[in-house]
Unconditional design. Structure first.
Length: 149
């Protein structure tokens, strides 16, 4: 997988300089993953069809915006840990669009979740290596899918 450490990219301004293990995938790699795991026809969340499995099987599990507005990162982390049973060392892909995907592990994502959502909060899709996903709507909803991609 071709990738660049996030601190050497345009997105570095959203993360602490000491951050490690967050990588921006090369556009070609990101495009292949998007087509394989999300959709072969769309290039962003809003172009997914209503029958796309990510949308079709998603369940609204809560509101991230309330935690963000209160600057309560620990509350959001606890909420997600109670509702989503992902391991902290699971590899996750933070998918902004077909050409922009950031790779890290779930523990690092949780520790920096506000940074990720400041970077992009317009329905980014978070995929884990076990085929589950969640996405974050701009009004605050968190949707989770209990299917295998």
């Amino acid at each position: 997988m071709s990738e660049t450490i996030i601190t050497k990219t345009f997105y570095s301004e959203y993360f602490d300089e000491a951050i490690e293990d967050i990588y921006l995938l090369e556009k070609e790699t990101a495009s292949k993953l998007w087509e394989l795991k999300i959709d072969s026809k769309s290039n962003n969340f809003f172009k997914l069809s209503n029958d796309n499995i990510i949308i079709l099987n998603s369940k609204n599990i809560g509101d991230w915006r309330n935690y963000y507005d209160k600057d309560d990162i620990l509350g959001l982390q606890s909420f997600l840990n109670l509702n989503i049973k992902w391991k902290s060392d699971n590899i996750v892909l933070f998918c902004i669009n077909k050409e922009t995907i950031i790779k890290t592990n779930y523990g690092i994502f949780l520790n920096n979740i506000f940074n990720f959502l400041e970077l992009y909060d317009d329905c980014p899709i978070l995929l884990n290596e076990n085929g589950e996903c969640m996405y974050f709507a701009p009004l605050g909803n968190i949707f989770h899918s209990l299917y295998k991609i």
